[in-house]
Design a protein. Structure first.
Length: 179
């Protein structure tokens, strides 16, 4: 039995005025949208609907993996606006590619291999899908590395300089030698 799906009408896709669905993680706020995740795959709302992308299991897994990667992130985030401004783009990229990476595991099941309407048929090949998945996994690795390095540079403590000179008093009198 063939796995057919109707080809989405591009005019309908681009005319849609539906507000994007935001992916929110506390305490970080709105970090990405389902539209951005779809853009990573190059897919439309019809092919990869919000109902799939906004499942809590994906955002929870992204939060947990981020916490494991950089346990000090929550503390840094609470330190103030400077840390948040420096880390926000890194956290946004990490969450975007973390969720996309998780979707890669189920993407071959979600996507129809053959898309057709009454006039034309489009066949999606496994090698094309694998190329996209490999690219997303590479970007996730880069986003992970960038976040870890960003947290490390943001949380670098102030330099402690050793004392060059000090003062002290001996236990004995240096003139008489008594003590």
């Amino acid at each position: 039995m063939a796995d057919y799906q109707t080809i989405p009408d591009p005019a309908e896709i681009f005319e849609s005025t539906v507000e994007p669905t935001y992916i929110t993680l506390e305490p970080y706020g709105q970090l990405t949208t389902t539209d951005e995740i779809r853009a990573v795959f190059g897919l439309s709302q019809v092919e990869l609907p919000d109902e799939v992308l906004s499942q809590r299991v994906y955002s929870r897994a992204a939060y947990n993996s981020m916490t494991m990667l950089v346990p000090s992130l929550n503390n840094l985030w609470g330190e103030g606006e400077v840390a948040q401004n420096n880390l926000r783009p890194l956290v946004e990229d990490y969450v975007l590619y973390s969720i996309a990476n998780q979707i890669c595991d189920v993407l071959p099941i979600l996507l129809a291999r053959t898309i057709s309407d009454s006039k034309a048929t489009f066949q999606r090949f496994d090698t094309d899908l694998q190329t996209v998945i490999n690219s997303i996994r590479q970007r996730f690795a880069l986003a992970s590395k960038a976040l870890a390095e960003g947290v490390e540079t943001t949380s670098t403590p102030a330099l402690i300089r050793p004392t060059l000179f000090g003062s002290g008093t001996p236990n004995y009198d240096p003139v008489t030698g008594e003590g």
